[in-house]
Design a binder for this molecule. Sequence first.
Ligand SMILES: NC(=O)c1ccc[n+]([C@@H]2O[C@H](COP(=O)([O-])OP(=O)(O)OC[C@H]3O[C@@H](n4cnc5c(N)ncnc54)[C@H](O)[C@@H]3O)[C@@H](O)[C@H]2O)c1
Length: 357
Amino acid sequence: MLEKNIDLNGKRILVTGAAGFIGANLCKELFRSYENIHIYGIDNMNDYYDPKIKNDRLREIYDLGGNFDFARGSIADKELVNSVFEEFKPEVVVNLAAQAGVRYSIENPDAYIESNIIGFYNILEACRHSYDAKSVDEHYAGVLHLVYASSSSVYGSNKKIPYSVEDKVDNPVSLYAATKKSNELLAHSYSKLYGIPSTGLRFFTVYGPAGRPDMAYFGFTNKLVNGEKIKIFNYGNCKRDFTYVDDIVKGVVNVMQVAPFENENGVKYKVYNIGNNDPVNLLDFVDILQQELISAGVLPEDYDFESHKELVPMQPGDVEITYADVSALQEDFGFKPSTPLREGLRSFAKWYKEYYC
Ligand SMILES: NC(=O)c1ccc[n+]([C@@H]2O[C@H](COP(=O)([O-])OP(=O)(O)OC[C@H]3O[C@@H](n4cnc5c(N)ncnc54)[C@H](O)[C@@H]3O)[C@@H](O)[C@H]2O)c1
């Protein structure tokens, strides 16, 4: 196990994508678990999916009554990013803002280059210049740790499973994946050149209450409720390492407290997988989802599920399996995701019932 070298109590923490699914859950967990923490959130509140959910997530953060500032704006706006860094002087930065989604990147490449490449570059530059601030404020040592979201999609068409951070990942099959892999490369060069300690986290299919409506489990639920057919890709021969959002947040919080030391190449740089390490076949997943939707009263007891299911071929950009090797996470933090799928989907179904029905 690695020793913690950052005490989050009393820290100023910048969270980009704070109104997002993972970002909002992270902010809430930080306020609940640490004292005197000051969080600055940035989010452009875009309408890639219903912004009402984003507003509701923000309200839940405010309701906790912690020291929370928020700027509605884009990390691709260099002036905004620089002014937040200059005024707020973050000690830990968690970059979760991104244009997510694999399929959307086929139709809307601009959004990915803007948020995931230019936006991330602005964050790196601001981290770099945070060290200049030392000369004018002796109490500010600059950014102690940059933690940023990568994705399991960087494994692309890798055949070897489980996916390990030691694997070569030069085969992205979507622009989204290519931008996430680029983030890791950019972070590496900035860590090497300017000593920014950085950790990239490859998240594996994250789900849970108030999750992303663009993701399969949420879209399936909407369709089933409306009596529409759901499309199950690759005729159901797909496996995903579904990871419950609380496990992801626990992982992020663990990682935030350990800024990497210099590795053998003199770089303060790490990348970890955070996934459930237990891939589930899509048909089994849908079966459990349906049972939990019935238990929560989202669907009626006698729902004719079979007639609402359509098996279809693979979509461009998709991969057949995602499966995380989390041994590095376990070794360094003594932690791995552990929420059983049924339990996680039960929480989602209960939330859906309260929110929509
Ligand atoms: N949810 C998953 O399964 C998953 C898997 C792998 C990686 N990730 C990554 O984790 C991070 C968080 O994902 P999420 O599921 O919470 O997604 P999300 O879309 O709910 O959250 C991202 C937030 O960033 C905001 N945003 C987008 N572009 C922005 C910009 N240019 N400036 C400021 N804000 C911007 C969005 O409005 C959104 O609220 C993303 O980087 C995503 O790529 C998520």
